[in-house]
Design a protein. Sequence first.
Length: 210
Amino acid sequence: MNLIILAPPGAGKGTQAEMLSKHFNIPTISTGAMLRHNIDEGTELGEIAKKFIDDGKFVPDDVMIKMVKERLRQPDCKNGFILDGFPRNINQAETLTASKLKIDAVLTLDVSDEEIIRRVSGRLECSECGTAFHKEYRKPAVEGVCDNCGGTIKTRKDDKPETVKERLNTYHAITEPLKKYFEERGLLKTVVGREGIEDTSREVLRVLGE
């Protein structure tokens, strides 16, 4: 299964991507997690990306495309993958299409802006492996410790309300047109985000034919 997850920031796509990764036994390629890792490590890519992310804007296409292409060449992607956070715009989608990479489905999660802002205030993330948690909906077994790798859990730096609103505005202007792009190619599968993670997961698997 070669899958793309398309959703506004804070809609829960990281959580659903993790579920699908386990279900299909394929890796999740999270551009957001990769970028945040580079920022935390102070790499050259991280320094470039930090300015854009802090301003609630997207990282330039050439940086993202190069990073994703290199990642998909890794052996663990040979049986499939989940792209979480890529493509973000029509240019990236057209580049992906031109690469002849087979995509089986594009899953989109529909959640209102008001609900996203409420949810985001409680988001947490492992600083080591990027596993997503939440103060209300998905608490770790041990407070502050990742269930997956034992790393430290922290609040994401880019989750301030004003930054989230800017990211949502950018999403609606730049990324949302991808729904039509992929719908015209017969790939789009839409799920309305539910209050409970498990309810959303069941609907995700249903629309994917599982």
